[in-house]
Ligand binder design. Structure first.
Ligand SMILES: Nc1ncnc2c1ncn2[C@@H]1O[C@H](COP(=O)(O)OP(=O)(O)OP(=O)(O)O)[C@@H](O)[C@H]1O
Ligand SMILES: [Mg+2]
Length: 259
């Protein structure tokens, strides 16, 4: 059976076509969530059709903040269960999951059997999320991909003391005005986000192995900062953007829906 998982996130929309007969990912793609999020879903579906001849399957499940927008026949699952299932597809032994997206940062703690034991979520505050990274990249006039490379060149570690994005932005403007090396600013931003994530992690009884997922986990320097501060290796899935959509695609055939 072929299933489709759709994750309509606050920032990006992701889809995954999954074959339950051999547990393989047939197609995955993501794009920015548009003002009309269903438009994003339809253009991703068009890509799946044009490049792989994949038609809309009967089994569809949605997750993410826009999970109730899909009007067709579909199941709805929480982001927590979807990310857990998607991450466990790559790493069944995971005990702690960090999912950082455009707006939310979530920590999920799992039992040795992979059941959800506890989770915490930030309270819709942009600090420690992709929104913070986007602000920094925009101020430094680099792409999100370039931000990680830039931070790796830092030679003079600095600190951004404000945790609020608005105040942190003023602090960065001040640093730029003093001709501070952009690499040092990028690195300071990563340390600031990593510390914020660690504060959130301490709210649960976290145990390694720790997997970092969500779009922000694409930033290699941030993953490295987190590993160094925690003194443990942080693992990232091969494609951290898609774990929520993948989890939804897998859960269709396994569980009762949950919303
Ligand atoms: N190359 C990259 N390096 C670092 N971060 C990136 C990169 N590409 C995207 N991001 C970040 O990933 C975020 C989007 O991630 P994701 O798709 O997981 O979020 P979302 O699911 O839409 O948000 P949420 O779960 O908060 O509703 C963007 O805000 C962006 O900052
Ligand atoms: Mg998300």
């Amino acid at each position: 059976m072929i299933t489709l998982g759709i994750d309509i996130g606050s920032r990006n929309t992701k889809i995954v076509f999954y074959d339950t007969s051999n547990q393989s990912i047939l197609f995955s793609a993501w794009s920015a969530t548009e003002v009309n999020p269903l438009q994003s879903v339809h253009s991703l579906l068009k890509q799946a059709k044009n490049s792989y001849g994949l038609d809309l399957p009967e089994e569809i499940a949605c997750t993410g903040y826009g999970r109730k927008l899909w009007k067709g026949n579909s199941k709805v699952f929480s982001e927590i269960t979807c990310h857990t299932t998607g991450v466990r597809y790559f790493m069944p032994e995971v005990r702690t999951i960090i999912d950082v997206g455009g707006q939310d940062a979530k920590i999920i703690s799992l039992t040795p059997e992979g059941k959800i034991k506890d989770f915490v979520m930030n309270d819709k505050c942009a600090a420690g999320t992709g929104r913070f990274l986007e602000m920094v990249a925009s101020r430094l006039e680099v792409s999100l991909d370039e931000l990680s490379e830039l931070a790796l060149q830092s030679k003079n570690p600095l600190t951004i003391s404000s945790t609020c994005v608005v105040f942190a932005e003023s602090e960065i403007i001040g640093m730029i005005a003093k001709n501070t090396d952009p690499a040092d600013i990028a690195y300071a931003a990563h340390i600031s986000i990593a510390k914020r994530i660690i504060t959130q992690l301490s709210a649960v009884d976290f145990t390694p192995p720790i997997v970092f997922t969500g779009g922000v986990a694409q930033n290699k320097n941030l993953v490295q900062c987190l590993s160094e501060l925690l003194n443990t290796t942080i693992i990232t899935p091969p494609n951290p953007e898609i774990t929520g959509a993948l989890g939804a695609a897998i859960l269709i055939s396994q569980t009762e829906e949950y919303n």
